[in-house]
Design a protein around this ligand. Structure first.
Ligand code: PAF
Length: 281
């Protein structure tokens, strides 16, 4: 498997592929890969001649009291998983990505302060900055992101539109464990009881879906039902449960057309997110 560590080598490799008329699909990750990531790699493989997967635990998207230091890392496991694919792995050094005098950041105003942005100040500024940088290094024609991070997807699409990045964003569906828990590298933090309780996130989304299917139009009633269910789990502490417009992430007043039901819940010390897109065309 080809592993590239330096920025200049990645750029020259991308340039040489471009010269040969080859296309590149890119899957940015923070490592500790699971089936969710592999599903994105599969999508990437279907769309382009070459696939680049990056592994970089991006410090600028973690707040001061968040889990940057203890974020799970397993480079050998990641390589073993990717070995089954034909992906090229890009694993840059932090010191090369963020020079000591790094001064430039990319921000997508307003969208970044809603939902997860309310409790994770400057998280999305870190995400858009690293993604802009990685796009300039990997030079992809396509980039694939998971729908689990629905707000991230929307913000990156907006950045691509506003800054004219020549990259097509593709979104992969949420991959779930047997009990419905959305796959996430952070699931590793959960102890046995917390892991059991964590299935309540998806349970609450299923209840919401049923209510909507039965004709419920009032978002407050759906949210109340979801919150009540989540609160039955002793380890769960709700950060937010919201039903929002899929374009601007503003709360909707009536449940019709397309909308996103999104939630963030702390299970023990682990903050998990999940969502359901309703009425998607
Ligand atoms: O979704 C993630 O893993 C990260 O936010 C990303 C997109 C790789 C940027 O660091």
């Amino acid at each position: 498997m080809k592993i590239i560590q330096s920025v200049s080598e990645m750029q020259s490799f991308a340039n040489s592929l471009k010269k040969q008329g080859k296309t590149i699909a890119f899957v940015p990750t923070m490592g500790y890969l699971h089936e969710g990531h592999l599903s994105l790699v599969e999508i990437a493989q279907k769309n382009a001649d070459f696939v680049v997967v990056s592994i970089f635990v991006n410090p600028t998207q973690f707040g001061p009291n968040e889990d940057f230091e203890k974020y799970p890392r397993n480079f050998e496991g990641d390589v073993a998983l990717l070995e089954q694919t034909k992906a090229i792995l890009f694993v840059p050094e932090n010191t090369e990505i963020y020079l000591l005098e790094h001064l430039t950041f990319v921000e997508v105003n307003s969208l970044e302060n809603l939902l997860c942005g309310k409790s994770r100040k400057s998280h999305f500024k870190g995400v858009t900055t690293i993604i802009a940088k990685l796009f300039n290094i990997v030079k992809p024609d396509f980039a694939v992101f998971g729908q689990k991070d629905a707000q991230q997807v929307l913000i990156i699409k907006k950045m691509v539109e506003d800054l004219n990045f020549d990259v097509k964003i593709i979104v992969g569906k949420i991959i779930r464990e047997k009990d419905g828990l959305a796959m996430s590298s952070r699931n590793k933090y959960l102890n046995e009881q917390e892991r059991k309780d964590a299935s309540v996130l998806f349970e609450s989304l299923k209840i919401a879906k049923k209510m909507v299917e039965k004709g419920e139009k009032n978002p407050a009633l759906v949210i109340e039902k979801m919150e009540k269910l989540i609160q039955t789990k002793l380890t769960a502490k709700i950060d937010y449960v919201e039903i929002v417009n899929t374009k601007n992430l503003q709360q909707v007043k009536i449940l019709e057309g397309e909308f996103l039901i999104a939630l963030a819940v702390k299970i023990g010390q682990t903050r998990l997110i999940d969502n359901l897109l309703v009425g998607e065309n």
